[in-house]
Design a protein around this ligand. Sequence first.
Ligand code: NIG
Ligand code: FE
Length: 407
Amino acid sequence: MSKVLVSNIGMLATPQGTGPKRGTEQGNIQILKDAWVLMEDGLISQVGAGPAPAAEQTIDAQGKLVTPGLVDAHTHLIFGGWRQNELGLKLHGKTYLEIQNAGGGIQSTTNATRAATEEELTAKAARALDEMLSLGVTTCEAKSGYGLATEHELKALRVIDNLNRRHPMDLVATFMGAHLVPAEYKADRAEYIRLVCEEMMPLVKEQGIAKFCDVFCEADTFTMEESRQVLEAGLKYGLRPKIHADEIEAIGGSQLAGEIGAISAEHLIVCPPEGIESLAKGGVVACLLPATSFYLGAVFAPARDMVSAGVPVAMASDFNPGSCPCLNLQFVINLGCLKYKLTPEEVLTAVTLNAACAIDMADRVGSIEPGKQGDLVIWDAPDLDYICYRMGSNLVQTVVKKGTVMG
Ligand code: NIG
Ligand code: FE
């Protein structure tokens, strides 16, 4: 058995458990000083403070902060091209939905994604994963949703599946055929939804290449009833529901999330009080994406109200070429404190354990405890406050994934 010890940890900060943290529990994390973590065959076997046990390999944390590897629970990782041209349009006053309705937005990325080969998409996503890993992310969710045709949605999910085998990052796939009604179906929305539910989903299930189903429930995109139809069909094929809700307009997505028992609801920027209530009742994790609010120049989700209402809050990047061309969860950590007014402890839970719960991975990742994977970050920081306070630098010193130091 190969034993790897991380010694000389100045501050070890981690939430604990395998379930979502809500209310005051969200900020109730374990802090150990002068700590160590022992890993055996890639799994954490012991955590303690004071004198450390012996091991074949020792990683000296030099008195720095150690946290669990970050979990990015919401990314649109697989896409062709970029959309830098839309920045100028935005600066001239065009809104996100105006750009989308004029054939830009998701449709233009769909055209580029359809034109890209599986190899090209794999190489591009692998570069993004390398960057995420270097920024402290060790597990990430990835959605399809820029194929919007059977062949291309399956292509995107295969890319995720292959990367999960080849890349050190743990990946969890979400099928999002209902990201937008593509141009060729604009005159027959019902037919596109039928295609998603009756043609794509059975193949996704048969090939076993996605765990979740997501839908963009938004004005001019999918109505609440259409979203319900998609998520209920997903359930039939074993895909647990997720939902993009209340990103730009509140059209009932958060209420639907609670009713249908979604594992998570995403964005929730303009989530109304009845939406928060529904999330709390349904046990739904609120997966908040503050870098998207920042990039869209929008308001920020009512995170404090969610914590008060007992909704477990997770935070993720939403990395995508349109509304958030940013994959840096360290920036999300900053925004969690500055814009959501979450405490550093609540923020840490949001990007580790609660994020892991949002993608059903909390039995394996999201905290530093015996039995979980040896996924952790040694930060060039003396304590947790420091990584919440510093902005714009990569503060990662060393990433350890399944007990192995990443290059
Ligand atoms: O989460 N909201 C829908 N999907 C992405 C944006 C997609 C795009 O603009 O390409 C989001 O914001
Ligand atoms: Fe998104």
